[in-house]
Write a protein that binds this ligand. Structure first.
Ligand SMILES: [Fe+2]
Length: 298
């Protein structure tokens, strides 16, 4: 059986070789081991979701009707998801350049990995996999306010491409693009991927990087090793992050309306030049990410 295991899937390699980014989900290729990995990941995280996830996420899980035993079919997820917010999960072969990724969000498509991690390494995986994308992200897309916020990210990226392409000097375009994309990536990381939300006197998790991590979801809320601060835009866009260990610093929003309003503010900063030279450091913005903003058709 060929299998669709992360970094070991010939089907994915065949799509990547000619640069095919958008693919279909060849469901018959999942091995029994792939299904077992899904079932183990899904079963062990249930209790942590109930304790720490925002109720909006738990509602989303119920609405999507995810199969606890077998890797879900993307088509079936979309049958439940699309009528709720217009979002669809869109299978991809791997890396998507930054502008293309955000432009998918603007069109209510969510680029979704279809491979799943090796069942012997359930805990840590540097690459996104289907458990992260489908179990961690997609339930949030059933919430209207959150879905609108993702679209707002896409609109921001479009405004950024306009600002960058308007510059006459090629070198300046590159420099600005790198800074603006770094700011956007940091903002996305500390919200959509690793965000916390105030819920009365509690703190709940809405970030998908946390929601798909059995260990980090509890750590993010309970550990005294984590600094938790109210969201501050000037801090977030200048704050570097590393992806290979639990996050030592997290930011709290009040609501998705609050988050939406912060992207409005981010766009004002873009237009006022306040994102032109944000602090250096992680994440590294690749040449392909920069190029995607410079060459975006707008
Ligand atoms: Fe993610």
């Amino acid at each position: 059986m060929e299998g669709l295991t992360t970094t070991k899937a010939p089907f994915i390699e065949k799509a990547q070789a000619p640069g095919q980014r958008f693919i279909h989900q060849p469901y018959e290729l999942y091995s029994e081991e792939n299904h077992r990995a899904w079932a183990s990941l899904y079963a062990r995280i249930q209790d942590r979701w109930r304790r720490h996830a925002t109720p909006k996420f738990l509602d989303g899980v119920a609405k999507l009707n995810l199969d606890p035993q077998r890797v879900p079919r993307i088509e079936e997820i979309n049958r439940f998801l699309s009528p709720l917010t217009g979002f669809s999960a869109k299978p991809v072969s791997g890396y998507i350049p930054a502008f293309t990724f955000f432009d998918c969000l603007r069109n209510r498509d969510f680029p979704t990995t279809i491979t799943i991690r090796d069942s012997s390494k359930l805990d840590y995986l540097p690459e996104p996999d289907m458990f992260h994308d489908v179990a961690g992200h997609v339930p949030m897309h059933t919430d209207k306010a959150f879905a609108d916020t993702l679209v707002r990210f896409g609109e921001f990226a479009l405004s950024a491409a306009l600002v960058i392409q308007d510059l006459k000097d090629k070198e300046l375009q590159q420099f600005r693009a790198r800074s603006i994309v770094r700011a956007l990536a940091r903002f996305f990381w500390f919200t959509v991927e690793f965000g916390l939300m105030r819920s009365g006197t509690d703190i709940k998790v809405y970030g998908s990087g946390l929601l798909s991590s059995y260990g980090e979801i509890s750590h993010s809320v309970e550990s005294s090793e984590v600094q938790r601060y109210p969201m501050q835009l000037e801090w977030v866009v200048n704050q570097h992050f590393e992806i290979d260990h639990y996050q030592p610093l997290l930011f709290i929003v009040d609501s998705f309306d609050h988050l939406f309003a912060m992207i409005d503010e981010l766009e004002t900063w873009l237009k006022n030049g306040r994102l032109n030279n944000v602090a250096p450091g992680e994440p590294t913005v690749s040449d392909a990410d920069v190029e995607s903003f410079l060459t975006a058709k707008i």
